[in-house]
Design a protein around this ligand. Structure first.
Ligand code: BES
Ligand code: MN
Ligand code: ZN
Length: 493
């Protein structure tokens, strides 16, 4: 879907569908919405009859007689004072997905009067939300059963200064949405069709199209570099692993890069410590951290961010097999530490251990890793919120601030020093599981063993928000692409 911006009176725009975003305050009539004056004769009776109360998630389609818009899609945003990025994005997504479901072909959206955000931020988040509202994972379905996405969405603003800046913001929102959609596609693809070699090939294609350099490391090369933890995880699979390194140079030559690290287990069966059958299929999404890293690099290049950015994705498949690693095995990580395997299902931290060591060889300004690391994180924070842990309060507060503006929620968990006792091993330097309690924190503490104190590092456990078990506006069931929006907000500031 193409997004454009027009300065016009919404009533004058000829369109199959006009999306009208209403605040809860508007439910007593449209007196505060002069831009919608021409539509009040259609909308006010519906408000009066309480057919529509502008609550978040509410949506009502009207078919006005003798208007330039064939339909009006009313979408609720809730109270004006609470209408931030999350609400605007969801409302735009709902309006846009409704127009798609109605097979409108194209649509317009009247930008609402501003509240907590300035016009550019508002246009960007609405463009992003509306674009995400078009997303569905269709590539494995017969084309005959599909509803086509809208061709075009026109954002309608009041005539006045600043059109160029608003156009740029709307374009940025659509660009970001394309990268999020790519991350979702990767997460939704089944593991028989999407495995480390395919992920590496896609990364190479993206890099070539984006002016990013890409280097791929095979298991044999990884072994030579001493990446025994990464190699161990993948050794039970027919599908060889890959380390994908992307390098985007948008900043000064020689400037310290930010390094993003992603866990990409293309399927996590648990390995010899086999998972039970319920929901195992969702583990095709266990590469979501890596997917988010690739998509963030793509977006950074498309948005021409002025910084140096490296992405390292550790891609492997975790399978049980005669050649698989076992509980009790001891693996040697790239930084020299030996790791006793308690559970082959705690594999994410193993591939990340070596990827984090590699990350630090780039003399980074900061390292941020993303991983669907622990079920415990889903228990603690649910499916809308990721956990953040790390060794740098400054970096964590920057990421939390970006989280607020992006609408992708994160919450800090403490790296409780005492719990390091739980991952001491009698036979090796460290073990890969410390039992049930505090599982997400233990995951973070394990990773910290592979990060030098001088490196500013944050770990995002995205196990909850990476994969949705039910859909909500702009966020269909399945992979969410979580992290891309948050990281781009952070990298831009
Ligand atoms: N990929 C899983 C974590 C996960 C669980 C992500 C549910 C998304 C939804 C990870 O590799 C895993 O299996 N973690 C174990 C760790 C344990 C063995 C220490 C877990 O959480 O049970
Ligand atoms: Mn696992
Ligand atoms: Zn996993």
């Amino acid at each position: 879907m193409k997004v454009k911006v027009l300065s016009a009176d919404p009533a004058e725009v000829k369109t199959p569908a006009l999306v009208v975003l209403l605040y809860e305050e508007d439910k007593s009539g449209l007196k505060n919405r002069p831009e919608l004056k021409s539509f009040s004769k259609f909308i006010n009776p519906r408000l009066k009859a309480k057919d529509f109360e502008a609550k978040p998630g509410a949506c009502l389609t009207l078919y006005p007689a003798k208007a330039n818009a064939e339909r009006l899609i009313l979408v609720g945003m809730g109270p004006k004072a609470k209408c931030g990025p999350i609400q605007l994005k969801a409302a735009a997504a709902l309006g846009s997905s409704t127009a798609k479901a109605q097979q409108a072909g194209s649509a317009a959206l009247a930008l609402p009067p501003l509240t907590v955000l300035d016009e550019q931020s508002c246009a960007e988040i609405i463009s992003l939300g509306a674009s995400l509202g078009q997303y569905s994972f269709d590539e494995l379905k017969s084309p005959a059963d599909l509803k086509p996405a809208l061709q075009e969405l026109a954002l309608i603003r009041q005539p006045g200064k600043g059109l160029a800046a608003v156009r740029k913001a709307a374009q940025d929102g659509a660009t970001l949405a394309d990268s999020v959609a790519w991350a979702r596609d990767m997460g939704n693809r089944p593991a028989n069709l999407f495995y480390p070699e395919i992920m590496a090939a896609e990364a190479q294609n993206m890099a070539q199209a984006s002016g990013i350099t890409c280097q791929i490391i095979t298991p044999a090369q990884a072994q030579k570099k001493g990446m025994g933890a990464f190699v161990g995880v993948g050794q039970g699979s027919q599908r060889p692993g890959r380390i994908i390194i992307l390098n985007y140079q948008g900043g000064p030559a020689g400037g310290k890069p930010v390094v993003l690290v992603g866990k990409a287990i293309t399927f996590d069966s648990g390995g010899i410590s086999l998972k039970n059958r319920e929901g195992m299929g969702d583990m095709k999404g266990d590469m979501s951290g890596g997917g988010a890293v690739l998509a963030t690099l793509q977006a950074a290049a498309a948005l021409k961010l002025k910084l140096n950015l490296i992405g390292i994705v550790a891609a492997a498949e975790n399978m049980p097999d005669g050649g698989a690693y076992r509980p009790g095995d001891v693996l040697k990580a790239m930084n020299g530490k030996s790791i006793e395997i308690i559970s082959t299902d705690a594999e994410g931290r193993l591939v990340l251990a070596d990827a984090l060591t590699l990350a630090q060889s780039y003399n980074p300004k900061a390292v941020v890793d993303l991983a669907t690391l622990t079920g415990a994180c889903v228990v603690a924070l649910g499916s809308s919120c990721a956990a953040i842990m790390g060794n740098s309060p400054g970096l964590i507060s920057e990421l939390r601030e970006a989280s607020g503006r992006s609408g992708e929620m994160i919450w800090e968990l403490p790296l409780v020093d005492e719990y390091n006792e739980l991952i001491k091993s009698p036979v090796a330097d460290i073990k890969n599981s410390g039992g049930r309690w505090g599982g997400s924190i233990i995951g973070g503490l394990f990773l910290q063993n592979f990060v030098e104190d001088k490196t500013a590092w944050a770990h995002l456990d995205i196990a909850g928000p990476a994969f949705m078990d039910k859909s909500s506006p702009g966020l269909p069931e399945g992979a969410s692409g979580f992290g891309v929006q948050l990281l781009i907000k952070w990298l831009r500031s």
